[in-house]
Design a protein around this ligand. Structure first.
Ligand SMILES: [Zn+2]
Length: 192
C-alpha cells in the first residue's frame, strides 16, 4: 500500500477487510471494502461519507489506485490464474458493469480499460451510461472506452457503439471491434 499517491492530509488505514480513508488522521471520509468472489476475483467496493462533493474525488482516486495495483499484481501471475473480467465496476451501488483492463506486456501497468454495456443501443443512452463513470474517468490516466450494442447480429460486419470517456471525453460513434483491437495493440506497443 506504500505506492498510493495520496493528497496531503489524507491517509489510509486497514481495518479488517476495509481500507478506511482518513483526513488529518481522524475524520473518516470514506473507504474501500475488499471482498472475494466465488470466481477468485477480488472486488473493491468504495463508499463515501458526507459531504459527498468534498470526499468523492479522493475516494475515487484511492479506489482507482488500489484497483490498478491489484491488476498489476494479477498481471504478474501465470495466465491460468488470471481472470478476464476484473473486477466488475459497480456504478452508484446499483448496476454492475463487466469491464476489462489491459496490462502492458512489458511493465504490467494498465494501458487501457473497456467497460461493456452490451444492451445500450442509442447514442443518447451511451451518454447517460458515461455519466455514471464521470468520477472514475476524471482520475484515470489511461484511456477508457464504453462499448455498447452492435448494429447487427452478424459478428463479421457488426460495428459497436463506442464512447471514449478518459483521459478526455469523446463522442459516441459506431466502430468495428477490429479497429479497437488495433488501437489496444498499439497502446501496448508504445506504452514503455
Ligand atoms: Zn509499459
Amino acid at each position: 500500500m506504500n505506492q498510493l499517491q495520496l493528497p496531503s492530509g489524507i491517509s489510509v488505514q486497514k481495518s479488517g477487510n476495509t481500507y478506511v480513508i482518513l483526513r488529518n488522521g481522524e475524520a473518516e471520509i470514506g473507504g474501500i471494502i475488499v471482498s472475494g468472489t466465488p470466481m477468485g476475483d477480488t472486488q473493491l467496493q468504495p463508499y463515501v461519507k458526507d459531504p459527498q462533493n468534498n470526499n468523492q474525488h479522493i475516494v475515487a482516486s484511492v479506489t482507482q489506485q488500489m484497483s490498478d495495483a491489484l491488476l498489476e499484481f494479477v498481471a504478474q501471475k501465470p495466465n491460468d490464474q488470471r481472470y478476464d473480467a476484473f473486477p466488475p465496476i459497480v456504478s452508484d451501488g446499483t448496476e454492475v458493469f463487466e469491464n476489462k483492463v489491459f496490462p502492458c506486456s512489458k511493465c504490467n501497468k494498465v494501458t487501457a480499460r473497456l467497460i461493456f454495456s452490451w444492451e445500450t443501443v442509442s447514442i443518447e443512452d451511451m451518454e447517460n451510461i458515461a455519466k455514471n463513470f464521470e468520477l472514475e474517468a476524471s482520475v484515470s490516466d489511461y484511456p477508457v472506452w464504453i462499448l455498447g450494442a452492435p448494429d447487427c447480429n452478424d459478428d463479421d460486419i457488426a460495428k459497436h457503439l463506442t464512447l471514449q470517456i478518459a483521459p478526455n471525453k469523446g463522442k459516441a460513434y459506431w466502430e468495428y471491434p477490429d479497429d479497437m483491437n488495433k488501437r489496444l495493440i498499439e497502446l501496448d506497443e508504445t506504452h514503455c
